[in-house]
Design a binder for this molecule. Sequence first.
Ligand code: GDD
Ligand code: MN
Length: 386
Amino acid sequence: MSSAVPSSVPVEPNAPDLSLVICTLNEGAAIRAVIEEICDTLEGISHEIIVVDDDSKDNTADEVRAVAATRPNVRLHVRVGERGLSSAAMKGWDIAHGRFLGVMDGDGQHDPAAIRELAQLILKGDKDLVCVSRYIGKTETGLSGIRDLGSKAFTWVTGLVLKVPLSDPMSGCFMMTRDYYLSARPKLTGLGFKILLDIASSSKTKPRFGEIKASLRQRQGGESKLDLRVVIDLVAVLIEKATGGLLPARFVMFVGVGLSGVVVYSAVLILAHMFFRDGSYLPLYRFQFRTDDVVSYSVAIWLSMTWNFFLNNILTFRDKRLQGWGLLRGLLGFYVACSVGALISLALALFMKEELKVHWLPAGILAAVLSSVWNFWGAMLLSWRT
Ligand code: GDD
Ligand code: MN
């Protein structure tokens, strides 16, 4: 995704000053009121509203179309088969016409008054990025001991990879110049929820930035989409940024899933040895193997591979999640990719041990790590096709 060339729409003479993107997933209850409210607050500021909807199952798209029928500055873009707040925002900016690009939520949590203030600030032209922050001024978070510690530790880690001293890098409401966006665009992961963090740690230049204080309002209906997977995405994105792209976020998640597969593999082996004993022997080629060993290793390999596939589908590639026939095709592709990966691992381990005289254990582990790179690319090519 990060390698895709941005379809930067050229700014035409009659283009609006500001393109404000609103990403939605099942926000039918709130979206209409949110758009109306924003259009009213931005009265006098030349702007367009682009709603990027990920094929919501409720009436979100119809609600947006209804507003767009009376307000020509409102546009709707529906993405099918894709998910993710960050990549949805990028899609919106890629098709935007404005000189300045912004994003806000579609559930009414962002205060319209703050958005007007933000628009006026960026339109002055002496800033590259301006954002709404919940944490300006005070460091007192109001959180209990352990959460306060966690929050501070997290802000500290985030500070290490950020190129901007943002007080609220998790903010989902900000505006920037088109140039600043384009300078960051090639390095964006587009994964997860935290597009501000992604951008602020990707741009080549240190931006002139501004913040205004505003707290979040209550959701106007519907429910939050923030869950544990969003947090996992965020950690993976931070690792990618901290390693300067050496460990891509998706690869980090893939390896994490792989490690959980090792646990499944071991558990299945242990269970099989406890409950399945069979003293008979199976002749294979010139060897005799115990039937129960052959069966338990095979079942353990198959189950852990299948586990890895499904976990990758809901975690690592959840923005490209496979369903229906695609799921079956993807599963078969994954078996093929992993089988080839296993052969590569075997060949590498033998080569390192025999030719390079590496001890058998590091040789085996290094071979497994190296072949996981193949597994990752193989899975991308054969299953999720990203
Ligand atoms: N297109 C699209 N695709 N939109 C999505 C998706 C998705 O996969 N997931 C969430 N959204 C939209 C929601 O419909 C909503 O308009 C907005 O993104 C924010 O999602 P919420 O589910 O309301 O998130 P939140 O309230 O928990 O998180 C808020 O706080 C964070 C700050 O801590 C949001 O403001 C975030 O943007 C912000 O980063
Ligand atoms: Mn919300």
